[in-house]
Design a protein around this ligand. Structure first.
Ligand SMILES: [Zn+2]
Length: 92
């Protein structure tokens, strides 16, 4: 029984694991794009990534994020997701 343990999720960027709350959730949109799920509870298929640009870049570069969401992100969709992630992370 491990019911007392925090649920863990795998980062699609570095494949490292972490407690659910420490990872950013990205959710597939009905249009087949993806957006940051700031509530962590949005319906739809989700993927997790560490709140670090390194992990975000790795997740995007290899297509791991899109694969995990079972969608094919177009260039514009990928760009707007990266833009949103950058805002959430407060990266320059
Ligand atoms: Zn990571």
């Amino acid at each position: 029984m491990d019911g007392d343990r925090l649920p863990e999720r795998t980062c699609v960027g570095c494949r490292g694991r972490g407690p659910k709350g420490s990872l950013l959730r990205v959710v597939r949109t009905p249009e087949g794009g993806a957006r940051v799920d700031r509530s962590g509870r949005a319906p739809g298929r989700g993927a997790y990534v560490h709140p670090a640009m390194d992990c975000v870049r790795r997740a995007m570069r290899g297509g791991a994020l899109a694969r995990s969401l079972r969608t094919a992100l177009g260039q514009a969709q990928a760009a707007s997701l990266v833009q949103e992630l950058t805002e959430v992370l407060g990266a320059p």
